[in-house]
Design a protein around this ligand. Structure first.
Ligand code: BTN
Length: 217
């Protein structure tokens, strides 16, 4: 049990841990999600963080999403920028945090999570692979192997593979633009080789998003 595998991996990175150093835990007491949110880490989750050197690369979270989706199966979709969905429900979240010249890639995958163990507002959107607890080590090993492939793949191959699993392509979406309350809407047109999301609004203007939250309408 740790507070957060990302926190442990960041401490290791600070001490000079090599690229590929992996931290795995069965439970977290203070799992971290994107945008300062908490990440619920009930029994049955695969909680994994990896030290990545030399550091930030725009496609990194999407490469990780692709690796997770390949483990989850053909129906899994990557929801830009950091989620993996199965039948519209979030089965995995990805958090990339900078640590000096390295970054830490954190992945939480609901392998054997009983959704009843999640707070109701989380459970409403969450999914689980519904595998037995005993499957977690095998899923972990498959994930590490898919990460090895996806982290080293040519960007154009990654973008093509993402296009086939893009949860947002052709869908109406809403996103925050600038200050709070200034939401825009449009239709997602795919992920750019830079990792940005293209969205076309009703007036035909193309917006290139580089982060933040995007909601399916
Ligand atoms: C999200 O908000 O969707 C990202 C969630 C990332 C959760 C994982 S669980 C393993 C690693 N350790 C953390 O504290 N967070 C990430």
């Amino acid at each position: 049990m740790v507070e957060s595998t990302n926190q442990v991996a960041r401490a290791l990175a600070e001490e000079g841990a090599a690229h590929g150093t992996v931290v795995v835990a069965a439970r977290q007491t203070a799992g971290r999600g994107r945008q300062g949110r908490a990440w619920e880490s009930p029994v049955g989750a695969l909680l994994l963080s990896m030290v990545i050197r030399p550091g930030a690369e725009p496609l990194l979270p999407l490469r990780a999403g692709l690796a997770v989706a390949r483990v989850v199966g053909p129906k899994a979709r990557v929801k830009w920028p950091n989620d993996v969905l199965l039948e519209g429900r979030k089965v995995a979240g990805i958090l990339v945090e900078a640590q000096g010249e390295a970054v830490v890639l954190g992945i939480g995958l609901n392998v054997a999570v009983d959704l009843a163990h999640l707070p109701s507002e989380v459970a409403a959107r969450a999914g689980s692979l519904s595998l037995p607890q005993e499957a977690i080590p095998q899923v972990r090993d498959r994930l590490l192997s898919e990460l090895h492939v996806a982290l080293g793949g040519a960007p154009e191959l990654m973008v093509a593979a993402l296009a086939a699993r893009d949860a947002l392509a052709g869908q109406a979406v809403r996103w925050e633009s600038g200050g709070a309350g200034s939401a825009l809407e449009g239709v997602a047109e795919g992920i750019e080789p830079t990792g940005h999301l293209r969205v076309r609004d009703e007036a035909g203007t193309v917006h290139v998003l580089d982060g933040g939250e995007v909601h399916l309408l």
